[in-house]
Write a protein that binds this ligand. Structure first.
Ligand SMILES: *Cc1c(COP(=O)(O)O)cnc(C)c1O
Length: 378
């Protein structure tokens, strides 16, 4: 019985697409793998909060929360920590309702099937994250993808379909993971406002903590916090925790509590975890200095990458260096790792053909001088 799976694995190995875990050890901005200590340029810990031991110690000294919620929130899992964390989110996000999920993945595979029926059309950016694709697949909605970040294409599709469906849900990210570019959220909201049946679903996974004065994401930065029907994000990246959140109308929140399967049928995260999420969320809002530094560092690296003659569409702290050939990307990543920079290659099918790349993910812990030798190596 195992032969079938073993053969599939062999094929992956032959194609150079075999994946495996690599144990690592992390302190501050460094990552050590097999005794090679490197600058960590592949982490989602954008503000350096996950490696902040002081913050962790402060939190643990004052917390005595339960380590398990033992059930879904609808049974006995609705601990005070949940209500407090949602109140904290709600307060930050202009009083809109907030709802927590076990992860960003649960959130995206749960909300979309719950809110979309067969009279719904989903229009999704070509490059949205796998979790949204899976959510769309689990729903009974019709589904069309628009060209990446092409809002004119999106508007045309809305015009063509507006009278055929009861509702159209536009699904996108604010900052995109692989290109590091971003959706013009003001323009997106302007399009939505031209139509009566359009709702916006925006995933801020890479923007929460990083953008906006209080770190609430691109929606804060572009002043459209109240205009996005489903504003979602994760606590697993800059927020140094785990879980997902939705900012929405109170009716949507109640509707999801009654219909969303991953929320109803899965044990809620430990109250201790939720207390930590809230602790970090409050702290994060004060980190303007770190956000400004990260922006500065990102601008500088983008500039250097372009000067070196590479393509890079990035406008954020996620800076791809597009080299084209998969083998070249793999080889360059290996060389950079030997020189002390932990950078991973990203190849098709994760990215389009002939656009294999090195993906550099910056954190506020990194200083300009840390990047100087890297720029020389590129
Ligand atoms: C990482 C990510 C997710 C998944 O979030 P988790 O909390 O890690 O499950 C969802 N959407 C996007 C855009 C992401 O980058």
């Amino acid at each position: 019985m195992l032969d079938f799976y073993a053969q599939q694995l062999d094929t992956l190995k032959q194609q150079g697409n075999f994946r495996q875990f690599t144990q690592n050890h992390q302190t501050d901005k460094w990552i050590t793998i097999e005794q090679n200590k490197m600058l960590n340029l592949s982490s989602n810990d954008y503000l350096g909060l996950a490696s902040n031991t002081e913050l962790k110690t402060q939190f643990l000294q004052q917390s005595n929360s339960y380590l398990s919620s033992s059930s879904s929130r609808l049974l006995t899992g609705d601990f005070a920590e949940y209500e407090a964390c949602e109140a904290s989110l709600s307060k930050a996000f202009n009083g809109r309702s907030a709802l927590l999920f076990n992860s960003g993945y649960h959130m995206n595979i749960g909300i979309l099937p719950a809110i979309c029926d067969n009279k719904t059309l989903i229009l999704a950016d070509k490059l949205v994250h796998a979790s949204m694709i899976d959510g769309i697949r689990l729903s009974t909605a019709k589904y069309v993808r628009y060209r990446h970040n092409d809002l004119a294409h999106l508007e045309k599709l809305i015009e063509q379909n507006h009278d055929t469906y009861e509702r159209i849900v536009v699904v996108t990210e604010s900052i995109f993971s692989m290109d590091g570019d971003e959706t013009d959220l003001s323009a997106l909201v302007a399009i939505k406002n031209k139509f009566s049946r359009v709702m916006l679903y925006v995933d801020e996974a890479h923007a929460i903590g990083v953008r906006g004065t209080k770190g609430l994401g691109c929606a804060e930065q572009y002043n459209v916090l109240d205009e996005i029907d489903f504003l979602v994000g994760t606590f697993g990246k800059a927020l140094a925790s785990v879980g997902g959140y939705l900012i929405c109308h109170s009716i949507i929140r109640e509707f999801l509590i009654n219909t969303m399967r991953p929320l109803i049928f899965s044990t809620a995260l430990p109250p201790l975890n939720i207390a930590w999420t809230q602790y970090v969320f409050e702290h994060m809002q004060t980190m303007q200095k770190q956000r400004a530094h990260l922006q500065n560092l990102s601008d500088s690296l983008q500039q250097h990458v372009l000067e070196k003659g590479y393509q890079s569409p990035s406008t954020s702290h996620l800076v791809p260096v597009i080299v084209g050939e998969s083998t070249l990307a793999v080889q360059k990543a290996k060389t950079l790792q030997q020189q002390g920079f932990y950078i991973m290659p990203v190849r098709p099918p994760t990215v389009p053909k002939n656009s294999a790349r090195l993906r550099i993910s910056l954190s506020a812990l990194i200083q300009h001088q840390d990047l100087e030798p890297l720029i020389k190596c590129l």
